[in-house]
Design a protein around this ligand. Structure first.
Ligand code: UT7
Length: 379
């Protein structure tokens, strides 16, 4: 019986060991179940949990490039200020009448289905994480599912701003762990250009449009989403929000005139919370799982500001070459940043690599997720 306690989860992740653990568990149950303490029972059920892994990645960025040089012609700013304060050089903007977040999301889902040669009818659920839905309702997940032929899927939107993708990932993994669903897609997408005021130099320099998506399936080799720490704190509402368009202040001529349908952000306040929130939670996740900087192959951070990313990497003791950074090309694409990084770096990821995904965003929302990468991509 004590042998079970010795095997701390999730230190051992290889297939042989999982088999061995299951045998020990069966034995323990058959010999003397009643002598197990509550803690032991909890450990056993935790060890028996299904493992869920990312098995495909898709990404999409629109063609139009909005560079710092172009912004210099629109507002009182300059490339040097934007680069040193944020790390952003250019961002992508979705142009075209009638195009919204769903159109970018659709591209990522199509990629995933094609890459894995999966029939759309096999997808059980699609979660779309976004703060820029096509419409208030129906959910953008519905629209993406409709446009990609996911006729057997249910779906919903999940709003957690820049942490949306991480919240969606844990939610999707739980659906598969429950045993009721096998294939779940999480799309992180935002058309930030729809809610950014291009006369406000403190916000319009930051954001861009993009989409990223992952497919999640059960994994029998101990790879996948191994642990997550996710948090919310409503104190953030005052510092980062959209003033009108919700049920508190529905759209009116006055709200439009007052530019209340754009992102409102108190940059410095958010910055302070973000640096602490993202760095602390990433470090806490490492501590909780006895992970050292050497154990981690990649930090996949939300791309809000290069200085926030650097602070997180420093706190974790990670060198720059282990940090995925594409903020210079795309800016802050809110829900899309993390899956977009996975998409760009996919070929460099090796089966068994430990990744820490970390985010901080409006709400406030923040979190970190430990992923053991589940596959190699042919060069
Ligand atoms: O992803 C969601 C979560 N969001 C974040 O994580 C964003 C967190 N915040 C930030 O990244 C930073 O606070 C910003 C990039 C938004 C701003 O950087 P900052 O270093 O905090 O600048 P600041 O707001 O303290 O402004 C410094 C100065 C001000 O001028 P004065 O008052 O010192 O004369 C601003 O008016 O820089 C001025 N400024 C600009 N100058 C040139 C503000 N925006 C610009 C601009 N170009 N675009």
């Amino acid at each position: 019986m004590y042998a079970i306690m010795v095997f701390g989860y999730p230190k051992f992740q290889n297939y042989d060991f999982l088999i061995a653990k299951n045998q020990i568990i069966e034995k323990a149950f058959s010999i003397n179940f009643t002598c197990l303490s509550k803690r032991q029972v909890f450990k056993i059920s935790y060890m028996q949990k299904k493992q869920v892994a990312i098995t495909a990645v898709g990404g999409y960025v629109p063609d139009y490039v909005l560079s710092n040089q172009i912004l210099e012609t629109m507002i009182d700013t300059n490339d040097e200020w934007i680069t040193t304060r944020t790390g952003v050089k250019e961002r992508r903007i979705l142009k075209g009448e009638g195009l919204g977040s769903s159109d970018m999301g659709v591209e990522t889902v199509k990629q995933i289905l094609q890459k894995r040669n999966i029939d759309p009818l096999e997808i059980d659920c699609l979660i779309c994480t976004t703060v820029t839905p096509d419409m208030v309702f129906p959910a953008t997940a519905n629209i993406i599912a409709y446009k990609t032929g996911l006729k057997n899927a249910f779906g919903f939107d999940l709003g957690a701003a820049c942490s949306g993708f991480l919240f969606g990932l844990t939610t999707a993994a739980s659906l598969i762990e429950s045993g009721r669903y096998k294939k779940v897609i999480v799309v992180g997408v935002d058309k930030m250009s729809a809610i950014v005021d291009y006369s406000d130099r403190t916000t319009c320099i930051l954001f861009g449009d993009a989409a990223g998506a992952v497919l999640l399936e059960e994994n029998t080799e101990g790879h996948g989403i191994l642990d997550s720490l996710l948090r919310v704190d409503g104190v953030g509402c005052q510092h980062l929000h959209m003033k009108a368009g919700g049920s508190v202040k529905p759209a009116s001529i006055e709200t439009v005139m007052a530019k209340e349908h754009f992102v409102y952000q108190e940059g410095q306040s958010v910055f302070k919370y973000a640096v602490k929130g993202m760095a602390d939670i990433s470090y806490e996740l490492m501590q909780k799982n006895n992970l050292t900087a050497d154990d981690i192959a990649w930090l996949v951070p939300h791309q809000a500001n290069l200085r926030i990313i650097d602070a997180t990497a420093n706190r974790m003791g990670l060198p720059a070459e282990k940090v995925m950074i594409n903020i210079q090309k795309y800016g802050n694409t809110t829900s899309a940043t993390i899956p977009l990084c996975l998409w760009e770096w996919e070929k460099q990821l090796k089966k068994g690599d430990n990744l820490i995904l970390a985010a901080f965003g409006g709400g406030f929302t923040w979190g970190a997720t430990w992923v053991k990468w589940a596959y190699n991509t042919p060069a």
